[in-house]
Design a protein around this ligand. Structure first.
Ligand code: ARG
Length: 456
């Protein structure tokens, strides 16, 4: 019994069905067909330019591949798991369609440099699309920050009310996080954007290939420098999924805040109805499903990162079939992160801020206590002494159940004779935020300026 596979020459029997089912990848790597065809066309053209293929064969190959692309696009291409992967499905179809010339395409190439190329092209395109989505989300946050530049809310440490901040300031904090994530993606793109073609199976090829020409044709910044490394490493995919994981961790933190803020106990924001669902038993429920799912999907993406890291850790150079396992985590991370970013880009502009509730919550937690201490410092006390005095004032206010600003001047003066009528300016939450008027501060004027600068 011989073996009918493209590589079947040295085999005495055909592959077991169980092994075929176990080892096929076309059920998921068919997704790389565009990259695979682009790579094959560039390779064939290069072989024509250097005289390895006749121009007639190159044209037949390119036309044949275009026909296959059209059929895949329109859903008229039959993928066959017996042909293992995207590469052999396309190559077999090509030979079926154009005959002899199709068999010459794989000259000076291996599936090992072919798949490394496909995945690099995929990661590059994924990053470009994702950066565009991040830009939309960053703009949504910027616009919301501008809209809510003077909306006062409690700032938290330890999830305890700490000092008043503005809602706009909080939104600009989120924006900073994803701008750094964007940088991580563009940094990953730079390293991924090198062309492995020409590395062949692992050692390079004997043909007089022009690697630079192929690289330029495919929009790469240049070629990979070592054939063993180029067919083997998937660190560029790890870079991408690591950046995606960090982005998801940021989105997960926002989600946690939105979930808390939208409970009636906080009541800071209302999520638009179209982003929520109800309960099948409790008619009153409006659940923050989108933030919850984003928080949950963070587990998937960080899991994908672990999969890729563990996939690489035991591999000797050069290519090993283990690498076939890189696709599903990579695709999953990409799909998940782009869905989450897109949803948040729609949710953010639709967030309704309950300004009165936010302001009341900021007052309730004695959030201007630090301002009183700073006031005493301006009157000449050492900060440690001021801190102690204000601690006693707060203790008294807690006992009476009133805000610092509601304490009579006479009572306040009982704690320090440095306190005068002008103290009430610093005890208001408006006074507190307005005083933090420096780069990176929460003053409404600063938030507005930062939002304006970010638009430029
Ligand atoms: N499906 C394989 C992968 O994803 C393609 C390369 C296979 N190469 C090989 N020599 N079996 O990595």
């Amino acid at each position: 019994m011989s073996n009918a596979k493209l590589w079947g020459g040295r085999f005495a029997e055909s592959t077991s069905e169980a092994v075929e089912a176990f080892s096929e990848s076309v059920s998921f790597d068919a997704r790389l067909w565009r990259q695979d065809i682009a790579g094959s066309k560039a390779h064939a053209r290069m072989l024509g330019r250097v005289g390895v293929l006749k121009e007639a064969d190159v044209s037949a190959i390119c036309d044949g591949l275009d026909g296959i692309a059209a059929d895949i696009e329109s859903g008229n291409f039959v993928w066959d798991t017996a042909l293992e992967d995207v590469h052999m499905n396309i190559e077999s179809a090509l030979t079926e369609r154009i005959g002899e010339a199709g068999k010459r395409l794989h000259t000076g190439r291996s599936r090992n440099d072919q798949i490394a190329t496909d995945v690099r092209l995929y990661v590059r395109e994924a990053i470009d699309a994702l950066c565009a989505d991040i830009d939309r989300l960053a703009e949504a946050l910027r616009a919301l920050a501008e809209r809510e530049a003077d909306a006062i809310m409690p700032g938290f440490t330890h999830l305890q009310v700490a000092q008043p901040v503005t809602f706009g300031h909080h939104m600009l904090a989120w924006r900073e996080q994803i701008l750094r994530d964007r940088e991580r993606f563009t940094d990953a793109r730079r390293r991924a954007n090198r062309c492995p073609l020409g590395s062949a199976a692992l050692a390079g090829t004997v043909y007089p290939i022009d690697r630079e020409w192929v690289a330029a044709e495919l929009g790469f910044d240049g070629v990979t420098a070592n054939s063993l490394d180029a067919v083997s490493d998937r660190d560029f995919a790890i870079d991408f999924v690591a950046a995606a994981s960090q982005l998801m961790v940021h989105l997960s933190r926002w989600s946690e805040e939105l979930i808390l803020w939208s409970t009636p106990m906080f009541g800071f924001v209302q999520l638009p109805d179209r982003f929520c669902t109800g309960s099948s038993i409790m008619p009153q429920k409006k659940n923050p499903d989108v933030p919850e799912l984003v928080r949950g999907k963070t587990a998937r993406v960080t899991g994908d990162l672990m999969s890729l890291l563990m996939l690489m850790k035991g591999q000797p150079l050069a290519y090993n079939r283990d690498n076939q396992e890189d696709k599903e985590p990579l695709f999953d991370a990409h799909d998940t992160v782009s869905a989450c970013v897109r949803l948040y880009a729609e949710l953010v502009p639709a967030l309704a801020v309950n300004r009165d509730i936010c302001r009341a919550a900021a007052i309730e937690g004695y959030s201007t206590a630090t301002d009183l201490a700073d006031y005493l410092v301006r009157k000449g006390l050492a900060f440690r002494d001021a801190h102690h005095v204000v601690g006693s004032v707060v203790g008294q206010a807690v006992k009476q159940g009133i805000d610092l600003a509601a304490m009579p001047l006479a009572t306040l003066r009982g704690y320090s004779e440095h306190i005068d009528e002008d103290v009430f300016e610093v005890l208001t939450v408006e006074g507190s935020v307005a005083a933090r008027d420096h780069v990176g501060g929460t003053a409404p004027a600063r938030v507005r300026a930062a939002a304006r600068d970010a638009k430029r």
